[in-house]
Each structure stands twice: as C-alpha cells, then as structure tokens.
Design a protein around this ligand. Structure first.
Ligand SMILES: [Zn+2]
Ligand SMILES: [Zn+2]
Length: 326
C-alpha cells in the first residue's frame, strides 16, 4: 500500500521486491500494527516524509534473506522492526547514548519504507528478536505503542502517583507495567467518557475521571498520550512539587500559556522522541513478565485505508493490525 502524497488514500499496487544490502534483512511481513504517527504522516502533520512511501513501523515478519555480515539472525527467524531504522553512530547524540536524537536518524515508514507491504528490508542492528509468548498479531502493537510508551514511562522515574492523560493504545500497555511495578494510577479521559474510565478502573487505576477534573491527590508525574496541547497546563496543575509532565506523542496541538506559578517548585515538562535500542531490549524483557496484554483488531493489508479512517474517526476500540497473507 503506497502513499504517493499526504492527504490522499494509500494505493494498492505492485512494487519491486526490495533487495537486502550489506547488514540488512529481507523480511516477509506477517503483521504490521497501525500507529497514530501513520495518521500524522497521511494527514500532512509531519514534515518531509519520503515519497512515495510505504507506511508502517510496528512490523512483525520472518527473515527471507540476509545481506552480508549478519550473524544474529538466520533465514526463517521471526523479527520485529521498530520506528528507529538507522542512526549514524557518530554524531554527538549517538556518542552520548542518545541515538533516539541522532541528527541523521532514519525512521521506518516515514523516511524509509515500512511494513504496509508483503516485503521490507531493515538494518539488522535495529531489529528485535520478539518474546515467544506472543503471536504475530499480539506482539505488533508492542513495537511502537509499547516501546515508545515505555520510554515515556521510564522518564517518570520512581513516581508513585502516576497520571495518564489519554487512555489509548500506548496508555493501555504502559498502565499494565506501571501497576505491575506498584504505581498508583490516575487516568484522565475525554470529559464524560465514562466507558473508558470504567475500563481504566477495571484494569486497576485508583481513580479515573475527565481531563477537566483534578485528581483527589497531587501526582508525582503525568504522561500525556493525547495530542492535545491544552492538556499540558492541565497536567501541570495536577502535579506535586518537583513533578514531571511527559508528552509521549510525536505531534501535539499548540500549548496555551499558563502562569509561572504552575511550573514553580521544580516542575518539569519534557517530550519523548523516538526510541533507543536499549529501550527496546528493556521493554521486551519486562513485557512478557507482566505480562503486558494487547488488544487488537485485524484488517487485511488491502484495507489499510479503512483502518486509518476508523482510527482517525476514533472508531477503533483496539489497535488496528494489518495482516498480510502469504
Ligand atoms: Zn547520530
Ligand atoms: Zn508509532
């Protein structure tokens, strides 16, 4: 499925099978989960995508061919391909353990072709072996919603009272880890969304309410997964001294101004960009121990536009996963 231009539907067509270069795997795609970032690309909210582009950065598949100089994957192995596709390894960020900020990074399904396809190629150094307890459908949403959610969660340090604004896919996955680690969870949904609040309480949240409400106790940290700028000052107001607000999305509407008093006493606002391979290794170690469970709804690859449209309209109740028939 090919995106020729933003704001146009993807087009189903035959493209040449990619060839693995040095250090690359040729992967026969089995599943690819749909991420909000895919929508941001289609809707022209992210600058300069590769065009034409094959979207998709939560890819599960099997190795079909290998380029030179590869020893940690063999033909037939299952492989997970995430958002971070390549880094230069030499810039100041890469050399200081922050490859997620690499000046020349390439991103799967954005600046290089991704997994809304039968085949893809990927640099083996950024691919993951996936936990065996998950099948190809279940594990796909862990590759971005799980992984980048996990990076957001780690930014909250050892916060005991953790607020989560926007209870979508990433929030649902990361809440399970937070509860496993003994955090008290406070979930904020769209005002009046009692159904989602109920889901959060059933999962184990000590409190769930609207984003226009204040929690019963001050929070040590809040993660914002909704791409809604006004949630930033709202979350700040809910923090205890020294608390942190982590913005977990790649795109957000503008943040309105707020009084300095709300930031005073060492509160922090930060964003989370991309992932490092280290995040992935940690996450895929902890996820099966919890075990983090995913909720999915499958669509055949040819129906990618339907999946994107339903996602945009807020009509999915689970993570859309595209399945690719052999
Ligand atoms: Zn770099
Ligand atoms: Zn993503």
């Amino acid at each position: 499925m090919v995106l020729d231009e933003p704001k146009r539907p993807l087009e189903l067509r035959d493209v040449q099978k990619p060839k693995p270069g040095k250090g690359q795997l040729l992967v026969r795609v089995s599943t690819c989960a749909v991420c909000r970032t895919d929508l941001h690309v289609v809707d022209s909210e992210l600058p300069d995508p590769k065009l034409p582009l094959i979207l998709g950065h939560q890819i599960v598949g099997h190795v079909e061919g290998i380029g030179e100089e590869i020893s940690n994957f063999a033909v037939g192995d299952r492989v997970g391909i995430p958002w971070l596709g390549w880094t230069d390894g030499v810039c100041a960020y890469c050399r200081s353990g922050r490859e997620n900020l690499c000046d020349n990074a390439r991103f799967t399904g954005y600046t290089v072709d991704g997994g809304y396809a039968e085949f893809t190629v990927a640099d083996v150094r950024y691919c993951f072996h996936l936990p065996e307890r998950y099948d190809d459908i279940e594990v796909a949403p862990l590759l971005c919603a799980g992984l980048i959610g996990y990076r957001s969660y780690r930014k909250t340090g050892d916060a005991r009272r953790l607020g989560i604004y926007g209870f979508g896919n990433a929030a649902h996955l990361i809440s399970q880890i937070a509860l496993y680690e003994g955090r008290e969870l406070f979930v904020f949904t769209r005002p009046g969304d009692k159904a989602t609040q109920q889901v959060a309480k059933e999962l184990g949240a000590v409190w769930a309410g609207g984003s226009d409400e204040m929690p019963p106790e001050k929070l040590d940290a809040a993660i914002i997964f909704a791409s809604v700028g006004p949630l930033v000052p709202a979350a700040l107001r809910a923090l205890a001294k020294g608390g942190i607000v982590v913005c977990g999305g790649i795109h957000m509407s503008d943040i309105p101004s707020f009084p300095y008093a709300d930031l005073w006493e060492e509160c922090v606002i930060t964003s989370v960009a991309n992932l490092t391979r280290h995040d992935g290794e940690e996450f895929f170690e902890i996820a099966p121990r919890v075990p983090v469970k995913t909720k999915t709804e499958t669509f055949p690859l040819e129906e990618a536009n339907t999946a994107l449209d339903l996602f945009r309209a807020g009509k999915l109740s689970a993570t859309a996963v595209l399945t690719i028939a052999e």
